[in-house]
Design a protein around this ligand. Structure first.
Ligand SMILES: [Zn+2]
Length: 67
C-alpha cells in the first residue's frame, strides 16, 4: 500500500499510520486539499483554520506520548 500523497510505502503492520496515509502530515495535506476543493466559500475559511489547529494539537499530543 502506498501513501496517495507522497507515494511512500506504508507498512501494513504500522498501527500508527492513518491509513491509507503514511503519516498525520499527509492526512492533513489531503484534508486541506479536499476542503479547498469542496469548500472554497469565503465564510468557511475560518473552519479550515480551526481544523488545522486541532490537527496540530493532535500531532503535538502524539509527539509527547512518543517521548
Ligand atoms: Zn505520505
Amino acid at each position: 500500500m502506498r501513501c496517495p500523497i507522497c507515494g511512500k510505502e506504508v507498512a501494513s503492520d504500522n498501527q500508527n499510520a492513518p491509513k491509507p496515509f503514511c503519516s498525520n502530515r499527509c492526512q492533513m495535506i489531503d484534508m486541506k486539499r479536499w476542503l479547498n476543493e469542496e469548500y472554497s466559500i469565503e465564510t468557511l475559511r475560518l473552519d479550515v483554520d480551526e481544523i488545522e489547529k486541532a490537527i496540530l494539537d493532535t500531532e503535538l499530543g502524539e509527539r509527547q506520548i512518543e517521548e
